[in-house]
Design a protein around this ligand. Structure first.
Ligand SMILES: Nc1ncnc2c1ncn2[C@@H]1O[C@H](COP(=O)(O)OP(=O)(O)OP(=O)(O)O)[C@@H](O)[C@H]1O
Ligand SMILES: [Mg+2]
Length: 417
């Protein structure tokens, strides 16, 4: 025994063998542990006090009348973890729901009181929830869209990522018509680059439409089966009216041939879902409005033809597997073919817009979100539809324009010989 001890002190320790710590070292470790616990306890008490104060201020509490007067009961805090991110387990009080902490009115205020940017809530067992204090905007970082293409319009395409980190997808065959608004450079076209590149290969999807800019549709689609159903530029505005009228004629043909015992067309490669893209729709209408009007009895003005066709596609297209994807800087009724046309969009996305534009497309519920969203970074949008309340998401970004062209050329469905 003695010999072994002597060897231990002089030679290097054997592999896997640790010398037992001396008394002083053990005492120091215990004390450090105690100090850490004490610090954590103080921290947890501080956070709990801040949480309770915030709950009182936001009326996430109950007032109980007792002999001594009125007391305030706030949700019980079970445990606090220092993080990052800081998390609190909280017991809901009677009548409370997890969403009460993260609602539009309470969420940001509660988060700011706790020194964070936002809050996420996770339901635990029974009436307990976990509140996670987010240190920074979860949508701050952009996320790339891998080069993928769906094999059918009934497969979901990636729309964006929510503040909870959930990737939202939706199948174009299920979605209603889609409205996208946003100021110059807010990310409307980039969203569509992502959507259209994912749909380019599907045999039961046809990407048709009108694009006066000629960037979203047109040249990028040369050589694909979709190109013949796209019109670009402002040189020949009547071609836009002709294309949209042809699409309406196809819609009427489909509606007249819906099989018995069916109330809608099932998309197939022979009758694909037609995605009618209307890039810069108000610009197209403005340009068409500026054309000389035909004399009375000599035909209908081009702008009127476009408005009528778009309205018909919007109001009757869904059953015939037609989906309209309209882009505008602002969805003002007069700019997009009337209030009735605007009401037909089931899925609505607003990139950076002034507060009144946000409310115009998403309703009065979105009023409180307006001031902050008016300065949103490119790629951040509010989405309503898909059975969700107005929700903030970040859309994927596939890179520069050349990447979009490459993906469409790589995946784009070719004409069958
Ligand atoms: N999801 C995104 N993530 C990161 N950056 C983005 C995203 N979307 C757009 N951007 C940036 O914003 C720029 C402008 O985007 P985009 O061309 O899509 O805007 P827009 O709304 O179509 O504008 P305009 O009304 O002028 O056509 C892009 O070149 C890109 O740098
Ligand atoms: Mg654009």
């Amino acid at each position: 025994m003695t010999t072994t001890r002597t060897l231990d002190r002089t030679g290097p320790p054997a592999a896997g063998h640790r010398r037992p710590p001396g008394f002083v070292a053990r005492w120091r470790a215990r004390r450090a542990e105690r100090d850490a616990w004490a610090a954590h306890h103080v921290f947890a008490q501080g956070i709990t006090a801040e949480f309770r104060e915030a709950c009182t201020a936001l009326r996430l509490c109950q007032y109980v009348s007792v002999a001594a007067g009125l007391t305030v009961r706030t949700p019980r805090v079970g445990a606090v973890h220092g993080g990052p991110p800081i998390t609190l387990t909280v017991e809901l009080m009677a009548g409370q729901e997890p969403g009460d902490f993260t609602s539009r009115e309470n969420g940001p205020r509660l988060a700011h009181s706790l020194g964070g940017h936002g809050l996420r809530v996770e339901t635990l067992a029974s009436r307990w929830v976990r509140l996670i204090v987010l240190n920074h905007d979860p949508l701050r970082d952009s996320f790339g869209l891998p080069s993928l293409a769906v094999a059918s319009g009934s497969e979901p395409v990636i729309l964006g990522r929510t503040e909870d980190g959930i990737t939202l997808g939706d199948a174009i065959a299920d979605a209603g018509h889609i409205a996208v608004q946003g100021q110059n450079g807010s990310g409307k076209s980039a969203l569509c680059y992502g959507l259209l590149s994912q749909l380019a290969a599907a045999p039961d999807v046809l990407v048709a439409g009108s694009d006066i800019t000629g960037l979203l549709l047109g040249r990028a689609w040369d050589g694909t089966a979709h190109r013949a159903h796209q019109v670009t530029g402002t040189h020949h505005l009547e071609a836009h009216a002709v294309l949209l009228e042809d699409l309406v004629a196809e819609m009427d043909r489909r509606l007249a041939t819906i099989p018995p015992r069916r109330d809608k067309i099932e998309p197939t490669p022979a009758t694909p879902t037609v995605l009618v893209v209307l890039e810069e729709a108000p610009g197209l209408l403005r340009a068409a409005d500026s054309l000389p009007k035909p004399k009375r009895g000599e035909g209908v003005p081009v702008a009127e033809r476009i408005r009528t066709a778009v309205l018909r596609l919007l109001s009757e297209g869904r059953k015939a597997a037609f989906r309209v994807l309209m882009l505008a800087q602002r969805f003002e009724a007069t700019a997009v073919g009337g209030g009735y046309a605007r009401d037909q969009f089931a899925l609505r996305l607003s990139f950076r817009v002034p507060a009144d534009s946000l409310e115009m497309l998403h309703g009065t519920d979105a009023r409180a979100l307006g001031p902050e969203h008016a300065n949103a970074a490119p790629g951040i949008t509010y989405l309503s539809g898909l059975g969700r309340d107005c929700q903030r998401i970040r859309v994927p970004y596939l890179g520069d324009y050349g990447e979009y062209v490459d993906r469409v050329q790589q995946h784009g469905r070719r004409v069958q010989p």
